[in-house]
Design a protein around this ligand. Structure first.
Ligand SMILES: [Zn+2]
Length: 319
């Protein structure tokens, strides 16, 4: 076993202990009758919604606030969205400056006890080592990512940490279902860990391969699998590509032989296609979250899809 595999195995053992502690801290018999009303869970992005569904089972009713093809940075807190989230019990969000629209949405829907800082407001970034943390919080460096990169869901290892947050929050909501929630979490955690070990072994050829990204959405994914982020189409997070920035990027890509540009469904194709034409690189439209493309609905399937797509392109280039 290599070092990442050993680390994962050790972490799996530790998390196993956490599970048994939480399960035994609930009070058996305190709630004899099974709760029948589902826990209403708000999830800001599809990955959090899938976690709630997989771990909560029939105990949850999940309201997803963004589509898999939508940018989490640009959501409007409309009256219809406010109506959908009214009377919710739990909010799964990233935290930091990922969902600047969430505060207005919760206030507008009178869900004040789900505002960040409350026990039922779960910041999924808790416990995750943030990347690209600026030395100084300064919005002139770009209009977002002021506290670090918020695209934490891109790394399956981070998703394992988030799954623990979801398990704990659901058990607090419904202690009578602690055993079933713990079991579903453990099953998912095991599946994801096995998949991660498989990916780390199977996709070693991706190591040290340079890629260019549109927005800085992929750093957690790239670092996990050893790929190198060699440039961004946006000069700063959420600042549209400019001709002079793209010209410099194209020159660098040609010099360094970068063959892949990663784009997400909500990003304009023109700039990526322009750079592809100038460099001969391939634009890969990736899955930001489960649910895109159609049929790729599970968390593991979504990671599988992206890894396979990148590996196939890079292998074809080698040939
Ligand atoms: Zn971002």
């Amino acid at each position: 076993m290599n070092i990442p595999t050993l680390l994962l195995a050790a972490t799996l053992a530790l998390v196993g202990n956490d599970v048994s502690e939480i399960a035994s801290s609930s009070q058996p018999g305190a709630q004899v009758q099974k709760d029948t009303v589902p826990i209403k869970v708000i999830a800001t992005v599809p990955t959090y919604a899938r976690l709630a569904e997989v771990i909560g089972g029939d105990q949850v009713d999940v309201v997803l606030l963004t589509r898999p093809t939508q940018d989490v940075h640009s959501v409007r807190a409309t009256p219809s969205l406010m109506a959908r989230v009214r009377n919710s019990n739990l909010c799964l969000h990233t935290g930091l400056d990922a969902e600047l629209w969430l505060d207005g949405l919760l206030r507008g829907s009178a869900n004040l006890d789900l505002l960040p800082g409350n026990p039922n407001s779960i910041a999924m970034s808790d416990g995750i080592a943030l990347k690209e943390v600026p030395g100084i919080v300064d919005r002139s460096q770009g209009d977002l990512h002021a506290f670090g990169n918020i695209h934490i869901w891109a790394d399956p290892y981070n998703v394992r940490i988030m799954a623990g947050h979801v398990r704990d929050a659901l058990i607090r909501q419904r202690p009578s279902e602690a055993e079933a929630i713990t079991e579903r979490h453990a099953a998912f955690h095991k599946q994801l860990t096995q998949a991660l070990i498989k990916w780390l072994t199977e996709y070693q050829s991706l190591k040290s391969q340079p890629v260019v990204v549109y927005h800085r959405s992929w750093i957690y994914f790239l670092d996990r699998f050893g790929l190198i982020q060699d440039g961004t189409l946006e000069p700063k997070p959420r600042v549209a590509p400019t001709a002079s920035h793209l010209a410099k990027l194209e020159k660098k890509m040609n010099e360094q032989g970068v063959h892949v540009i990663l784009r997400e469904p909500f990003q304009h194709p023109e700039a990526a296609d322009h750079v592809a034409d100038a460099t001969g690189a391939s634009v890969l439209l990736l899955s930001t979250h489960p649910g895109y493309p159609e049929g790729v609905n599970g968390i593991i399937e979504h990671f599988d899809y992206n890894l396979r797509k990148i590996a196939n392109t890079l292998t074809a280039d080698d040939g």
